[in-house]
Design a binder for this molecule. Structure first.
Ligand SMILES: [Zn+2]
Length: 311
């Protein structure tokens, strides 16, 4: 499925992107020229070699930006010379998502969360994660996981989440030590262009993420009409990044009860929007970025969804 190159999510597309090859920050216009898929090694009228796609992905978000504890990169590689014609983007690689990839004849799945994280002692039919690996290899489907490299990079998942708001500035909360003068790193601390009420912030997040319900923690001595000027956010599970950060609002996917209590008792509102729902909307944005090739189909999974629903 080819999609048009329309811009998405307010001003998000105007943010800068990082090029590992040039080590310069590039505007999105330059980014198109710099990473245009025309420079990839075409093998036929349709498709690109897996190794060339992987090189391109590493330019878009260098894997060295990932956290040291993470497991990123090519996690399943049936054949490095495989010609990739269709890519499926997902947050989690489940057996249902894999079926979708097979039905759509995808040769590469980009799974934001690593489908292999802890060491495996067997690759058998006894566990769903192991069955996925077997089925991927049988069907010649490679799996690439960018995870925290996408969180850290400028223009990545956290910047997408922050584009729910009109901002004056955005800084990484935990800066990458190799790039101390950049906004590369974990989480984002936003200074809003103008104060907004907590109620408006909730509505902005609902609209941006596409959810009708969120969980919120209202700060002590404040209410839905209190004003917010600063937002600390972290897509996914944000506690370790947000803990102790001074802001009017914490925005993340999930936090434990005592961490929400700590924040709200310290004068900080909290919005929780489900772990993967705080990440999933980025896939459509990334689809637009990756689809610079006219000859590669890039799809976003239709069956991938958060495993929790508020009813
Ligand atoms: Zn996550």
């Amino acid at each position: 499925m080819l999609v048009t190159r329309t811009l998405v999510h307010k001003n998000f597309s105007k943010k800068t992107f990082f090029s590992s090859t040039s080590k310069h920050f590039l505007t999105s216009q330059h980014f198109v020229r710099d990473t245009g898929i025309r420079s990839l090694n075409r093998c036929s009228n349709m498709g690109v070699k897996l190794r060339d796609i992987i090189n391109r992905l590493n330019v878009m978000a260098p894997l060295k930006l990932a956290e040291s504890w993470d497991n990123v990169g090519v996690l399943v590689e049936p054949d490095s010379d495989k010609i990739i014609e269709t890519i499926l983007l997902t947050i989690d690689l489940t057996e249902d998502v894999l079926e979708e990839a097979i039905e759509n004849k995808a040769q590469l799945i980009i799974s934001y969360h690593p489908n292999i994280f802890k060491s495996l002692k067997t690759v058998s039919q006894n566990h769903w994660k192991e069955r996925i690996i077997i089925k991927c290899i049988r069907n010649g489907i490679a799996v690439f996981s960018p995870h925290t490299s996408w969180d850290s990079v400028e223009g990545g998942v956290n910047d997408w989440l922050g584009s729910a708001f009109q901002t004056q500035s955005s800084k990484a909360i935990l800066k990458n030590k190799e790039y101390p003068d950049s906004n590369i790193g974990a989480g984002r601390l936003l200074s809003l262009a103008a104060p907004i009420t907590f109620r408006k912030a909730i509505d902005d997040v609902k609209e941006h993420i596409g959810l009708s319900h969120l969980r919120i923690g209202v700060s002590r001595h404040k209410d839905l009409d209190s004003l917010i000027s600063t937002v600390a956010l972290c897509a996914g599970s944000g506690t370790s990044v947000l803990n102790g950060v001074q802001a009017d609002l914490y925005l993340t996917g999930e936090m434990m009860h005592h961490d929400v209590l700590e924040a709200t008792q310290n004068g900080i509102h909290v919005i929780l929007c489900n772990h993967s729902d705080s990440e999933r909307g980025y896939l459509e944005h990334f689809q637009e970025k990756l689809i610079k090739s006219e000859n590669i189909n890039v799809m976003v999974s239709k069956v991938d969804r958060d495993c929790l629903t508020i009813v």
